[in-house]
Design a protein around this ligand. Sequence first.
Ligand SMILES: [Zn+2]
Length: 101
Amino acid sequence: MFISVNRSAQSCPQAAIICSHAATKKHPILQAFHTEHSGETDSGWQFFCGVANEERVEDVQVWSLDEVLQMEPSLREFMNVTEGMTVWRSSVDMPWQVCRT
Ligand SMILES: [Zn+2]
């Protein structure tokens, strides 16, 4: 599931999409998609818990990439993977894996 960052988000440096569950710490981040970024201020990163049956587009939040990485520092080392790659883990106890979307 990919969501395009709207214009209002572009004032935010290196904006990233985060699902409402991860944003509210209801669920940890289990999936990170590096999509093609749509501008200088869009990081192209989208973070999802992957747990909720349905991610509602209207519920996603726009954070700066730094904010996401502060919450989930283990993702920092993967920030240089190329666009089109997905970083995921099956649970918080498992290591991150990288695959092509
Ligand atoms: Zn979620």
